[in-house]
Design a protein around this ligand. Structure first.
Ligand code: SOE
Length: 401
């Protein structure tokens, strides 16, 4: 084990689902990886004092505050980890970078291309002074996804022809599910598109090494009005039960589902589907890449596995083989358990913190950078504009009018 040369004092804003996932990763990373720098869980920030005090204790933070500006400017904080809804990412990140703090910001980077561009500019200014920044597209750091990218980059699939990605959930299928922040454009920027569509946009660009150059899209909001939530609530919200009359309701201002075609700059054709109405699909992310020499499939529900069709093998031996990505020489796996002892969703965040800490410690620029995340934001914006202004849509008449 190398001796730890220094300590990075982490300040995290937000303590809901992503705050809990990041807290677990900050607690774990230095116990699992031999890094030249140790993360100290110095302070957590949230609006509501009793709740953030409880979260600090439950999630293992040394202290707490209800003022993110105090956190960002504190002399005893070195890193700001942003786990809030998208409407606050730009303000917090730009202030933190200006205050000389390294920044890790959850995805999507921002709620608009304009905000994302401002964040990229702030990151570039800070980078010149040795300050690092990264966007938290955690699925890049599932070992099987990193291996998928390595195989594509090594040419094992040959010329990439197709990229096919879905990310499907169903947590708002019930029309009585309340109007939480993820369903409000001013808070979230967009719906399924920016929340889970952003993941498959980043993941497929990362794995294929190709950039989306154009899209043709449709989006839909299936349930347009919902009951208002009781208090601040996330994916497990409840309806405001005040009074016996009909509950107050509000308008859903984001997409429930987005489906789009895309061309990639390496010549591949791509299809994307992001939906929160895929009944029965809880967190189903699947990516398939087809090339001239073979295909690869990653399925988050089997995240320790990678399916590989190697068309260069002798004909009778060809078929989709299942690689169990748990060997010591597989990405990230040497730090965990012996082969075959699988890992989970939460490990991708520990890998994310490992790479962030290693980059800060060595003065490298962590990826995905804010610029990489801006590339995703540009696709999100293009999808929304395509859906709004009508893609090249050709109607089909009923055979029997
Ligand atoms: C909700 O869709 C959500 O929590 C996303 O916001 C996360 O990015 C994803 O990892 C799990 O689902």
């Amino acid at each position: 084990m190398s001796t730890v040369d220094s300590e990075l004092r982490i300040g995290m804003v937000g303590y809901a689902f992503m705050g809990a996932a990041h807290s677990q990763a900050w607690r774990t990373v230095n116990r699992v990886y031999d890094l030249p720098v140790r993360a100290r869980m110095a302070r957590i920030c949230g609006r509501d004092t009793p709740k953030v005090a409880e979260a600090a204790d439950r999630l293992g933070w040394d202290s707490y505050t209800t003022d993110w500006r105090e956190l960002v400017n504190a002399d005893d904080i070195d890193v700001v980890d942003i786990c809030t809804p998208g409407d606050s990412h730009a303000e917090i990140a730009i202030a933190a970078l200006a205050a000389g703090k390294h920044v890790l910001c959850e995805k999507p980077l921002a709620n608009s291309v304009g905000e994302a561009r401002e964040m990229v500019a702030a990151a570039a200014r800070a980078q010149a002074t040795g300050i690092r920044s990264m966007c938290g597209f955690n699925y890049r750091r599932v070992p099987a996804v990193t291996m998928m990218r390595d195989l594509v980059a090594a040419g094992r699939l040959g010329t990439i022809r197709h990229v096919r990605a879905v990310y499907l959930q169903d947590w708002i299928v019930d029309p009585q599910f309340p109007l939480v922040w993820r369903l409000q454009k001013d808070r979230a920027g967009s719906g399924a598109l920016g929340d889970i569509g952003a993941h498959i946009i980043d993941l497929t660009q990362f794995v294929s090494g190709q950039r989306i150059t154009g899209v043709s899209a449709v989006t839909e909001t299936f349930v347009k009005e919902r009951p208002l939530p009781a208090g601040s609530a996330g994916l497990a919200a409840t309806v405001d039960g005040t009074g016996d009359g009909p509950h107050a309701t509000g308008q859903v201002t984001v997409d429930d589902a987005a489906v789009f075609l895309a061309r990639l700059d390496g010549g591949a054709l791509a299809t994307y589907e992001a939906s929160r109405f895929a009944t029965g699909r809880k967190n189903a992310l699947r990516v398939e890449i087809n090339g001239s020499l073979g295909s690869l499939v990653f399925d988050l529900e089997r995240l320790n596995e990678l399916e590989f069709y190697d068309a260069t093998r002798p004909g009778p031996e060809q078929g989709f083989s299942r690689i169990l990505v748990t060997e010591g020489d597989h990405p990230y796996m040497s730090a965990w358990w012996p082969p075959g002892h699988i890992i989970g969703y939460e490990h991708s965040f520990t890998h994310e913190m490992r790479d962030f800490l290693a980059a800060v410690a060595t003065g490298a620029d962590p990826t995905p950078s804010f610029a990489d995340a801006l590339q995703v934001q540009l696709v999100l914006d293009a999808v929304e504009r395509s859906a709004e202004h009508g893609s090249s849509w050709t109607g089909v008449e009923p055979a029997l009018a």
